[in-house]
Design a protein around this ligand. Structure first.
Ligand SMILES: Nc1ncnc2c1ncn2[C@@H]1O[C@H](COP(=O)(O)OP(=O)(O)O)[C@@H](O)[C@H]1O
Ligand SMILES: [Mg+2]
Length: 278
């Protein structure tokens, strides 16, 4: 098959394609994206708080319509392909006292694939069990969310996303507030999902984590830079996105974000075009 004849949307291999896109919250435009393609792989969305990461994920999940411009997911209107997309919300934004157990929460992910009247069969139940094992919550499967630590609850939401076996997995800061071991575990899971043929888009605060992905999109109400980590995570782009939050300490860069997390960003003093990390 040849690519679409519509010149505006001819990027046939894009999983997500945005053209002249504007997204609004409460009537004000908060993100503008001229031209962006996200292809098969693991893509990290980075940028300061309020830069539009969650808003963009929301739109890709089909939960927020564009104000202007076009957004296509698998070549279609995002609202029409929701069954192919799993969206893991930022755990802090989920109701903390959902009266469900870990297993029930994860099973809801399968129910979303089945539609409102679908019953879970043995395959669904195996996928639920497997997802819970993969986030290492097996022993806590019958606990209520309210009786979990913040990190455990977050992993339960990740398991819900995994259980959906969707073609596109969206995660909003799945590792926020987790210790290094847990966030490395989540990164490993995302790589496994990609190996299983899925496209993964993950919003993250952690630039060192983003440096491990195939593609990075740096946002600040617009796309400051997009491409391979080594091309995006450089001093020039980071300074444009983070402004005064990027401190230059005699050649070493440090990011002071709104959550009082401090990240060392290792840029060689005389090599502004070097990859900023590791
Ligand atoms: N539900 C909402 N209602 C009103 N404004 C919102 C809402 N969600 C986000 N915003 C605003 O939209 C902008 C982008 O926010 P968001 O997408 O949450 O950024 P990020 O996820 O990068 O922190 C911010 O200015 C934020 O205040
Ligand atoms: Mg957010």
């Amino acid at each position: 098959m040849t690519s679409s004849t519509n010149g505006n949307e001819s990027h046939a291999d894009s999983v997500i394609a945005a053209r002249s896109l504007a997204l609004s919250r409460r009537g004000s435009v908060v993100v503008e994206v001229d031209d962006l393609d996200i292809r098969f792989g693991v893509t990290s969305l980075v940028g300061p708080n309020g830069s539009g990461k969650s808003t963009l994920l929301h739109a890709v999940a089909g939960l927020l319509a564009p104000t202007t411009g076009s957004l296509r997911v698998f070549g279609a209107d995002p609202r029409t392909v929701r069954r192919r997309v799993a969206y893991v919300l930022q755990a802090q934004h989920a109701p903390p006292h959902l009266p469900v157990t870990v297993r029930e929460l994860v099973a809801l992910g399968r129910a979303a694939q089945r539609g409102p009247f679908g019953r879970l069969d043995t395959t669904d139940r195996a996928l639920v069990r497997d997802a819970i094992e993969r986030v290492e919550l097996g022993p806590l499967a019958n606990r209520h969310l309210a009786d979990l630590s913040g990190g455990q609850r977050q992993r339960a939401f990740v398991a819900q996303g995994l259980a959906q076996s969707a073609d596109l997995l969206l995660l909003d800061e799945p590792a926020a507030g987790l210790d290094l071991t847990s966030s490395e575990q989540i990164r490993r899971l995302l790589v496994e999902e990609h190996a299983a043929g899925r496209t993964v888009v993950v919003a993250t605060h952690d630039l060192a984590d983003a440096a491990l992905s195939d593609q990075v999109i740096l946002l600040a109400g617009r796309v400051v830079a997009a491409g391979p980590p080594a091309a995006v995570l450089v001093r020039e782009h980071l300074a444009a996105a983070y402004g005064g939050r990027l401190l230059d300490l005699g050649g070493a860069l440090m990011l002071v974000d709104d959550d009082d997390h401090h990240h060392d960003v290792n840029v060689a003093p005389d090599a502004p075009d070097e990859p900023a990390l590791r």
